[in-house]
Design a protein around this ligand. Structure first.
Ligand SMILES: [Zn+2]
Length: 185
């Protein structure tokens, strides 16, 4: 696990659903929040707030976005594929994008919300397909390909770009995450 917290500079491109938004950091008396506004990903700190790494509010915001987007999207694909799952967990894993348990629980890494929509769909379809095929057999890939004809491109995208997403916002200690309140919507 990476311990060092690198400070992200203002203007740094922040990917969200495949679009890069320059990071804007403000300090004003408005509520502390993270939003996409004016084509930028804005993090607003309280003026008097002690200095905290900008990663903290960013991780909270991305996680919330992932939760809000992935839950209904997974339900949509499950319906399309005629599969049922038990629960979905949005996790902060170090290197995995997703997994499917024998209890029919699906786990997704929140960082996937940084990827283009097609890649997100691929990951959802991939893990859902494991509900039927608990392996990577030709039958498994055939099932994935039926719902994502471009799955090879999407899988390659993750191979080419996935590591950069992990390095952009590495896993943070939970105590640090819980130390600061941020309004995320
Ligand atoms: Zn798999």
């Amino acid at each position: 696990m990476r311990k060092a917290i690198r400070n992200l500079p203002a203007g740094h491109p922040m990917p969200f659903r495949g679009v890069n938004y320059p990071l804007e950091i403000r300090q004003s008396m408005n509520k502390p929040q993270v939003t996409i506004t004016g084509g930028k990903l804005l993090v607003n700190f309280y003026q008097e707030h002690p200095t905290v790494p900008v990663q903290l509010p960013l991780v909270k915001w991305y996680r919330r976005q992932a939760q809000q987007y992935i839950m209904p999207r997974a339900a949509y694909w499950a319906d399309e594929m005629g599969l049922t799952f038990n629960k979905i967990f949005i996790k902060d894993q170090d290197s995995r994008w997703g997994s499917c348990s024998s209890l029919k629980n699906l786990n997704f890494n929140w960082r996937i919300i940084m990827a283009p929509d097609g890649v997100i769909d691929y990951l959802l379809i991939h893990e859902l397909a494991h509900l039927r095929e608990m392996n990577h057999s030709p039958a498994f890939w055939q099932l994935v390909g039926r719902y994502d004809p471009d799955y090879k491109l999407h899988r390659q995208w993750l191979r080419d770009n996935g590591q950069a997403l992990f390095l952009l916002l590495p896993k943070l200690p939970l105590a640090l995450l819980n130390a600061v309140y941020f309004h995320v919507e």
